[in-house]
Write a new protein. Structure first.
Length: 360
């Protein structure tokens, strides 16, 4: 039996002991999860009500502390013992909301309401999703999506939640609740920024919105004295092409330059370039870049970024495209694929949904 930390899962994999947070939740022969106090769930036997309640509250604690993968593993285990448990479905719905995955959250919440039409928390959460829905892009995290569609999914959950264990990252993440970018993508970006701090060149973000990932970048790069240039209209999406893009002009207009400056208070290494990119690009035309974060969602903006930055990237510099793998941003993928068709560099798609190009 692995020695779990207090308040964390201990699991017993088939044929050996491993780190309890990085292995399959159950073995197929002896499926078992234990929690502090000795409560155990086996897939072949139903947990008692008390055991179930302690597992649900443990999962909820994990979720509140940002340990989403650990919460997910417990919920998934419980769902396998009872696919119609409202407290588990509700917990999953709330977890998906924390991960900015409102589409999957809605599925869980609708299941709760089907089982219990008077469930107030589920109705309120659904109403909130509908209200927020207009301006939120649905950037789905694949893991909860997978278990939402079925309760008989493979039992190994990947990836290993390293981001949950990285205290420096979590400290930053707690400061940017207003970002549209989920924790997994933020962690990728965090690592690219750490890499950028070791090579020459400025960092740029095009697509700032309220300044979430901008703050992340600036915090990581400040100690190495690297500048972070921020480009956005700060008034919402410019005109889009309905044949290529899902977004429309004016999306993300619930922000402002003043509000973003406030969100980035205390960081001396940021420079603001408000307006339509690339009209706003001339002040950085003679610079070279180690990291460019492109989070603009639409075809023309992505292509403009590729055209402007590619020739200005230092060797080993990284261009990170946030929206590449998302159905709501088809133009973003199209722009990247078209631009890099003829270059030596190949866009590398990441399971997070992002795509990275490393300059050779
Ligand atoms: C998805 S949001 C960025 C999210 C942000 N990175 C975060 O952490 O939440 C996309 C932003 O791209 C901006 N944008 C798209 N095309 C642009 C362009 N050509 N010039 C300036 N801003 C643009 C929009 O105004 C919008 O604020």
């Amino acid at each position: 039996m692995a020695q779990g930390r207090s308040q964390s899962l201990e699991t017993e994999p088939p044929g050996g002991v491993e780190d309890g947070t990085s292995i399959a939740l159950f073995s197929t022969v002896d499926n078992k999860v234990t929690v502090p106090g000795g409560a155990a769930v086996r897939s072949s036997s139903l947990p008692s009500l008390g055991e179930k309640q302690s597992l649900v509250s443990l999962a909820s604690e994990h979720a509140s502390a940002g340990r989403s993968s650990e919460a997910l593993r417990i919920y998934q285990a419980l769902l396998e013992t009872d696919p119609n448990d409202c407290s588990v479905l509700m917990g999953l719905g709330e977890l998906c909301l924390m991960l900015n995955d409102s589409a999957t959250a809605s599925k869980f919440l609708h299941r709760v309401l089907k089982l219990d039409p008077t469930h107030q928390r589920a109705s309120e959460a659904l109403a909130a999703i509908r209200t927020n829905g207009e301006n939120q892009k649905e950037k789905l995290l694949k893991i909860p999506q997978a278990i939402a569609s079925s309760t008989t999914q493979p039992r190994v959950i990947r990836p290993i939640p390293l981001w949950d264990r990285d205290a420096s990252f979590r400290k930053i993440l707690r400061q940017i609740p207003y970002t549209l970018v989920d924790p997994v993508r933020c962690y990728m970006l965090y690592q690219f920024a750490l890499q950028a701090s070791r090579i020459e060149g400025d960092t740029v973000e095009v697509g700032v919105y309220r300044g979430g990932t901008a703050r992340l970048l600036a915090m990581v790069l400040q100690p190495s004295g690297r500048r972070v240039h921020l480009f956005d209209t700060f008034e919402g999406m410019p005109s889009t092409d309905p044949a290529k893009d899902e977004h429309r002009q004016g999306d993300f207009s619930d922000t402002s330059l003043e509000a973003v400056k406030k969100n980035l208070e205390g960081l001396e290494n940021v420079l603001f370039h408000p307006g339509f990119f690339p009209d706003t690009a001339p002040p950085i035309a003679t610079m070279n870049f180690s990291l460019v974060h492109v989070d603009v969602d639409i075809y023309s903006s992505v292509l403009n970024c590729c055209e402007f930055f590619y020739g200005r990237m230092v060797q080993g510099g990284m261009m990170v495209f946030d929206d590449y793998g998302f159905e709501t941003c088809p133009g973003a993928k199209q722009g990247v694929d078209e631009f890099f068709r003829e270059t030596r560099e190949r866009p590398c798609y990441l399971p997070s949904g992002q795509c990275v190009v490393v300059k050779i």
